[in-house]
Design a protein around this ligand. Sequence first.
Ligand code: SAH
Length: 377
Amino acid sequence: MASGHPWLFSSDVVHRGAAQPGDVVRVADAGGRPLGVAHYSSTSQITLRLLSRRVEPVDRAFYVRRLERALAFRRQVVRESDSYRVVFGEADLLPGLVIDCYGGAHYVVQTLTQGMDKALPVILDALGEVCAPASVVARNDVAVREKESLPLETRVLWGEAPERVECRFNGLTWQVDLLGGQKTGIYLDQRENYVAAARWARGKALDCFTSTGGFSLHMAGRCEGVEAVDSSAGALATAAANASRNGIGNVHWREANAFDVLAGHHSAGRHFDTIVLDPPAFTKSRDAVEGAIRGYREINLRALKLLRAGGVLVSCSCSHHVSEAMLLEVIAEAALDAGKQLRVVERRSQAADHPILLTVPETLYLKCLVFQVAESY
Ligand code: SAH
């Protein structure tokens, strides 16, 4: 905690007093000096998550202040979008809490710790005051809640949540399923990377792991055609609806395993000018990093084999445990194997409404690297 990180692990906690799951507790060092107030977890390895370095009440007024500050930052950084992340946990000094806004009026909340879960009524109250939502949904169907012995569930907390919320960002319209879509509906963190990818995209494009079509629909206007691949039929149905809603007709949606599609194109001798790779996190833990690295090497190698000279590769990773340096190294190896020279043209990360707190490395998770295939020696 001296390093500025808000977590205290189980092995560091000497006296728990009468703390109950999810309580707000005062934290003191070995000499009894107060360190602030924190949420207590009875089951996670992360026993304490600091809420404030002052001993202050964590009440409605506290959440209102934090929400107002979080919102003020979004007003500074969110451009061209009625959908954005309002609260990004630790990065907004609200560890364990995520709040997303869709279509300017519909909110999705995730309470990922015992503390935030217990505080949900107060948080809802504060959210009502600061954002005046039309509806609020809880997307607490996330595996991390198991570490807190919390149930996995999805429910409407407030108002009438529409089956589909219509959102607008980057000049396009999107249908979002807040209760059943991936993450809290869609991948808001890629919003700015879609625009970057569209700037580079051209010719024949292949979008692997397209989900509801984010990269494809942004690139379509710049490309002859886009082949968009995902294994989820539900996500692809929404993607196709999004395409027609925006009058886009040159994307071919394909339900398939992206690894197989890449290999199939190679055997058939096909080539592309633009390829996007945005796979799911191959690892969510440090122990599985080696397997994840193999996964990234494999898809990047398969993609690189299909790219023409001058072609563009947009390669993403949302695994926090795979750093940008590791990803660059893996792709460098894959390029060597594929006999391609790569030029790094952009090194990007998550959208600005998912800010990175320098003292909390876990807040940096998304990498989006853009390469161009240079002429060989
Ligand atoms: N690019 C998307 C987000 C991708 S998330 C966007 O910007 O919205 C990862 C996606 O990969 C999910 O939609 C999931 O359904 C899909 N997926 C997972 N394994 C896959 C596989 N082996 N082949 C194709 N798609 C897969």
